[in-house]
Design a protein around this ligand. Sequence first.
Ligand code: PLP
Length: 387
Amino acid sequence: MNPILQRITERMDGFAKEGRLRQLPAISNARNKYLQLGGKTLLNLASNDYLGLSSSPILARAARAALEEYGTSSGASRLVTGNNSLYSALEKELAACKGQEAALVFSSGFTANLALMASLADRHTLVFSDRLNHASILDGITLSGARQIRYRHNDLDHLAELLNRHHACPYKLIVTDSVFSMDGDLADLQRLVELKHQHDCLLVIDEAHATGIFGQGRGLAHELGVAQEIDLQMGTFSKALGSFGGYVAGSRSLIDYLINTGRSLIYTTGLPPATLAANLAALRLIQEDPAPGLHLRDLARQLCEHLQEQGFATAGSCSQIVPVVIGTNTRVLQLQQRLITAGIYVGAIRPPTVPQGTARLRIALRADLSEEEFNRLTTTLLEVLCA
Ligand SMILES: *Cc1c(COP(=O)(O)O)cnc(C)c1O
């Protein structure tokens, strides 16, 4: 056998042995709160469509109108002919929402983080990164060639110690998720701002899971009153906003710099106009009505309390993402299957997405659950976990 193919076979066998073989689930339809998996209808608590906006008629109407007017594709990179007035309208409103001078929309959150890290950092830069930051941040740092210094998750004493140790380096950047995607806990943005000033660093935050839910929809930085102190805030339209595409908000000069150097912006086709129109509609919705986000967080608090009362670890979650840390891969897959049998679909998150030995169920709550559905979730979950 060809040596490359041989090595691939060995790796795949290894994944299977460790219970971490990834497979695409055979979901036939995941519209709204319910999804169809292998002929069964399941309550969907694995999606990031936290507010249910992906099936909002308002977003659909906006997308349909743009589709009719502009067609299915933007046709080229934004720097060639892919730019259009929907982009400028969206970026203007986004900048205002984020309290920044300017904003830039990317094809996805992943490519936004690639451009961001690879443009801001180079091999002379030290990037201080929370150990649980999203994979796209890590990949962006790798791409930049910068030295990555990972601090223990949410341990800002550790970060301060590392910043002291490296005080001689003039080019320092701190990057963190604001709401962590697999633990659902929050970064201490106020202390991070203090450290940034103390050590003269740039501070970049990823608001992928906070936008639409925290800070009247504007993100955790707004909720904590530090939005003006953060150099760049990135996020995505693909989670609570129910649409698709990533963004970065910051000073005009930093945004101009990203337009000039962000390879994952320059060398990719602009988003379809229908997507941009849906993004704009979603952005307006979340700002007009912050009530669903508040309701969602209230549901999360209740679920965490129920789980903790029964002695389950919820990884410090303070958001709509409620993990139940289980431990081994096989056990977590078994529990996921039992929940499927009971009509509920939640994520089974395993290493390398999370640290070894912390495989978990990830319950992504949604604001559109009825009281009956929420009670059913809580009861079923505790039954399955305690069985
Ligand atoms: C999902 C996610 C991204 C990537 O966003 P996409 O728009 O899905 O590519 C980036 N950062 C974090 C923290 C995320 O959870």
